[in-house]
Design a protein around this ligand. Sequence first.
Ligand code: ADP
Ligand code: GLC
Length: 520
Amino acid sequence: MVAAEAAPLAKSGGLGDMVSSQSMALRRRGVDVSILLPGYECAFERVIAPTPLGYIRDLPGGDARLWRAAMPDSDVPVLLLQMDHLFAGRGSGLYQDECGRDYIDNFARFASLSAAAARIATGVRGVKRPRVVHAHDWHAGLTPLLMKLAGASARSVFTIHNLAFQGNYPLGLAPYAGIPSELLAPAPREPRSIEFYDTLSFMKAAIVHADRLTAVSERYAREILTPHFGNRMEGVLAAHAHKLTGIVNGIDDAQWNPLDDPALAQPYSHDDLAGKHACKKALQHSYGLRVDPFAPLVAIGSRLSAQKLADVVCEALPAALARWPRVQFVVLGQGDAAIEQTLRGLAAAWPGRLGLHIGYDEARAHRLHAGADILLHASRFEPCGLTQLYAMRYGTIPVASRVGGLADTIIDCPPRATNQATGFLFDGERASDLFHALGRAFDAFAQPQTWRVLQRNAMQRDSSWQTSAARYHELYLALTGVPGKPGAHAPRNLSAAAKSRRTSTAQRHRRALADVRRIA
Ligand code: ADP
Ligand code: GLC
């Protein structure tokens, strides 16, 4: 696996959870997975028994030292790419500084990650050569192309977690990643081109050059072929749709288990919810809400961004608080500064009714999902979404937008029947759409028997990795099943072109930084 995140070493959202839990699940199936991760300071602080393996020289951002280590509470080996000038001393943001600006050298940082993966695919001392390299999201997006250029025989898989982030950079940076100019020609002339609206696109490079593509839910895999969800990449994706499948994420059901969760006030299970009542009380108390076991308690826990419709949630909150006087909200999130500010204002205006914690806090997220009755999960688009899966496992009923993975994982509750229902889905992006959906949930909450059935359904949903890990495993087997000659998948002319482009790394890195600054 090649990724910019792997929890608990480095995480900014669901990508980190997915990469680690997917790797663990694949290891349980006997797949010999390791994760290649940037050597962030936070990752070095958290890994167990780091051992140096050697150097990988001449990456786009300079020389790197490769370390092997173990992940805490997991048997997945991790390879850390130590490049302190790129990954250390940056504060807590993996991609952005404290002011929310992308790091100016992100091109060099993630081109280096991809290039290191390609080097490992061709063989480096101390690391078993992989048969499949599975890259995640744009940060690792150059990997399949750089593997071809390096003449690697390993097959490549690329998973799209979020098409809204594409890693598009000035074309002039291509030489620093060893990308030949013929691959930047306009697409109709050059089908292997990674040019995208006058930029060099990591995401497009992955879509065009990976042997197989996956998206993190079946519905998202279909949605991204349309202009509404395609982020202008729908045409590129359509040309490669034959390689694309949707595989919904699972969760780490050991880490997210209400019966055995050290963060909770009291454990509980689907057939004894007494502990959940204690968790609700503790949550109300810790957010300064009135302790009321019968008040519907709605949680919102996510990045505060346009993707999560956080702007519209802010609009819907005052109307909901006014319309339903007993309802309480708790918000745990961080993100857009203006949205954070609006929420602070709302919390001040509705003391005892709206509790707020701005910040990122894992243990709080567990307590939020355990203590709430309802999770409000609005999204303009949602590739998979993990929080609704956590919420359901904790008996907290999601009220969510009917998009992407939310629609694939939540069974909508029809009027006057619960059947297999596990939550409430709604269409639309207006405050009134959220408001009506909440109303449906509150009506059901007022009927304890109905609510109990919903909780039982939700808690018994299988969100484990079992089925999805089997699908990834099949994909790997299908890719590697026919033994290929080493290098058989590498277009010879590309690898020759790459070799002729090796220049002094330090020089190249200095020039790349200067160019990025100039262009920025
Ligand atoms: P996305 O990756 O789009 O943000 P997901 O639902 O896939 O959405 O994953 C979000 C992950 O980040 C979950 O593990 C969620 O608990 C976590 N998370 C989001 N915001 C916070 C926060 N403020 N504090 C703690 N965990 C958070
Ligand atoms: C992205 C998506 C989210 C998904 C996560 C893990 O961050 O926004 O929907 O759950 O990746 O795949």
